[in-house]
Design a protein around this ligand. Sequence first.
Ligand code: F6R
Length: 365
Amino acid sequence: SKGGYDHFMEKEIHEQPKGIKETLERRLDDQGNIKLDSINISKEDLDGINKVYIVACGTAYNAGLLGKYAIEKFVKVPVICDIASEFRYSDPFVDENTLLILVSQSGETADTLAALRDSKAKGARILSITNVVGSSIARESDDVFYTWAGPEIAVASTKAYTTQIISLYMVALDFAIKKGTITEEFYKEMIAKMKELPDKIEEVLSNEEHIKELAKTVSGKEDAFYLGRGVDYNLAMEGSLKLKEISYIHSEAFAAGELKHGTIALIEEGTPVIAIATQEALFEKMVSNMEEVRARGAYVIAIAQNHNTTVEKASDKVIYIPNSDDILSPILAVIPMQLLAYHVSKLRGCDVDKPRNLAKSVTVE
Ligand code: F6R
């Protein structure tokens, strides 16, 4: 049932505070430490791992990119994040010292499953992050971490994405504390901040009317661009995918620093540009990029933390998110992009939950 919402997608967007709470709190012990129930990777196992791959498709891949960022930052080991259909055929450096992390809502995606089987045959340790208990990927993995998002019905993934990110962050924190690459204090502080996310997401959701208004400025356009730097670029990829898959508006994500290397030529009078600026160290750089596209006629919708009000001088509209940590802000910033895509799709009369040509679970290669 849609629980009073018009579409499953809207319901699932609104279920994110609960999904994150479940994913997180089911894995905290009495002391508030992370307990990865069905993952048995010890410190010794971690010491034997010298390569980490994260492999997935679509939205799950976009979540994987944030996982890469967190693992590199916390565990201090290089991570390669790849698209399953590319990874499979790239003759990857997989051996018995490799940890392969697979991310899949359904646990049935054909290319992701094939990547699992190929890597397992080469001796890699397989850790999967999936939403479906007993799915093929869950069954064939050495270790499984379930995203407790609850069933996701809408084709466009929303709550699976945010719970995948939380799961990857928890894995990263757990590995890091075991390997001693972060302090106890940092570990505790991150967990405390993650626990604040459900309430902060509620705050973002309460801003839905504002986003619904903004959707009117995008719904009649043929193209839209998403810009970001660092993890905000990875987030831009997800925002762009959401818009194109359910509204059929052509949209692309660009690393903001790449603009002047070609893509800025696409900006015309009135082109909507969604500019994500949640990263403190990159904020001023993003403001400059907003000014650049605006000078060429773009209609800039910025997403920024509450305290960064100077963003207003470089944008037409701002969607504020509650202040948070650089690593956690993306989880807040994706919510307005999901809502924007949803309302644009609705305004255009598209089949929100079942967009054309798409299937919820891609079991063909
Ligand atoms: C987009 C979307 C898809 C899936 C992709 C992987 O909204 O839902 O891009 O993320 O098909 O599916 P799973 O996670 O089931 O492997």
